[in-house]
Design a protein around this ligand. Structure first.
Ligand code: FAD
Ligand code: DHB
Length: 397
């Protein structure tokens, strides 16, 4: 305590946000003996209950195992060697394993959050939940500071580096003066309505369906728990989508062979997310590093958001380890360029897959081009391989 009612702490790396990026970074640094403190504005329960992504690339799986948080994931996750693209009342399987040698793992982001939080919270004081009014200061100097309010006390955390892992709505990106960053953005004219239910999925693999009524996706969290998404107008609200309307619309958008297998049940969760692409350049400002959704957002088609966040964490953790082990700042200086090279490739893929699978307009020319591309994809190994290679994730370099 420095003054009455005001406390001060110091650490090597201050991390804002306890989403997958923040907790994984803290965990990887902890295993290398590098001290960090994570400041999260929400409660641990809230973070662990948020229903978000569900599909991990194999490089993400390996990184989580390397971080020592992979045991339950390997027991409970479902290995998927392919998925279906459905259109014109038929479907084509994309054989991920056959085309790329790689698979995906179905494991809910909220389960991952539980595993990461359990690992970090072994280390007392490593994560401060419900830390409010976080402000970032002096990140252009060698002694950045973060101020925050925790349990009613305004406190200060002194650090050597700052990692902004606080997502799209976080404080880190907005702390950077506007003229120091460029933002490249696309807003899509629709949203995804998601529904979670304790029913088995209609097919053992994921089904991405292009339909004239709009896109639909059958995903899952386990063999008995399904996650579905429907393209919907941005103005729609969850109240306008009672379960019966959701199930009826989903059935209309699936090929008959899957629609017949569809089992319905009460929703456990329903939410609408807007679709957006955003890339911030650069991703480093002095000693502040933006990581994951704080720096970039992709539309969910193709499930790249969480995997990109993990890739940023990998690049930054390597760079910090090199700095603390060898005193070299070379990898830190390369962080932005290395991360952005991968980010732009995933941004391109997510944009392309979104364009291919959704209904954008009633323009017949656009629709015929989309049908032609889907037919080409279904008939060409080269086109299927390109999709598969991007879907399983491009390799780290
Ligand atoms: P986040 O998970 O957003 O974590 C940021 C953390 O920072 C949060 O815990 C937040 O509470 C905290 N925070 C924010 N502001 C502050 C502050 N001022 N001070 C302190 N803490 C702060 N991706 C997919 O691949 N597939 C999907 O189906 C999918 N669905 C999604 C649904 C929703 C509703 C959202 C929002 C995202 C979805 N994503 C999906 C994207 C994926 O979940 C993200 O890419 C991933 O969560 C990124 O992790 P992150 O740690 O970088 O950011
Ligand atoms: C899920 C979300 C996606 O965006 C996707 O492409 C695949 C799966 C999911 O939430 O399960």
């Amino acid at each position: 305590m420095s003054r009455r009612g005001h406390s001060m702490r110091s650490t090597k790396v201050a991390i804002v946000g306890a989403g997958p990026s923040g907790l994984l970074l803290s965990q990887l640094l902890g295993r290398e003996g590098i001290d960090s403190v994570v400041l999260e504005k929400e409660s641990r329960e809230h973070v662990q209950e948020r229903i978000r992504a569900g599909l991990l690339e194999w490089t993400t799986v390996e990184l989580l195992r390397e971080a020592g948080v992979g045991a339950r994931m390997m027991r409970e996750g479902l290995v998927h060697e392919g998925f279906d693209v459905a259109f014109a009342n038929g479907h084509r399987r994309i054989d991920l394993k056959g085309l790329t040698g790689k698979s995906m793992l179905v494991y809910g982001q909220n389960e991952l959050q539980k595993d990461l939080a359990a690992a970090r919270c072994d280390d007392a004081g490593a994560v401060l939940w419900e830390a409010r009014d976080v402000t970032l200061e002096d990140f252009d100097t060698r002694a950045p500071r973060v101020s925050y309010t925790h349990e009613g006390t305004r406190s200060e955390l002194r650090c050597e580096f700052l990692a902004g892992c606080d997502g799209y709505h976080g404080v880190s990106r907005s702390s950077v003066p506007r003229e120091r960053l460029a933002q490249y953005e696309r807003v899509y004219p629709f949203g995804w309505l998601g529904l979670l239910a304790d029913v088995p999925p209609p097919h053992e693999e994921l089904v991405y369906a292009n339909h004239e009524r709009g896109f639909a996706l059958c995903s899952m969290r386990s063999r008995g728990r399904s996650r579905y998404y429907l393209q919907c107008p941005l103005e729609d609200t969850v109240e306008e989508w009672p379960d019966s309307r959701f199930w009826g619309e989903l059935r209309l958008r699936l090929p008959e062979s899957y629609a017949r297998q569809l089992l319905t049940g009460p929703s456990l969760e329903k939410s609408i997310v807007p679709l957006r692409s955003l890339v911030t350049e650069p991703m480093q400002f002095g000693r502040l590093f933006l990581v994951g959704d704080a720096a970039h957002i992709v539309p969910p088609t193709g499930a790249k958001g969480l995997n990109l966040a993990a890739a940023d964490v990998w690049v930054l953790s390597r760079a910090l380890v090199e700095f603390y082990r060898k005193g070299s700042a070379t990898l830190l200086e390369e962080y932005s360029a290395r991360a952005l090279s991968r980010v732009w490739k995933a941004t391109r893929f997510s944009w392309w897959f979104t364009l291919l699978m959704h209904r954008f307009s009633a323009d017949p020319f656009t629709q015929r081009l989309q049908s032609a591309e889907l037919e080409y994809l279904a008939s060409s190994d080269a086109a299927s391989r390109t999709l598969a290679e991007n879907y399983v994730g491009l390799s780290f370099d």
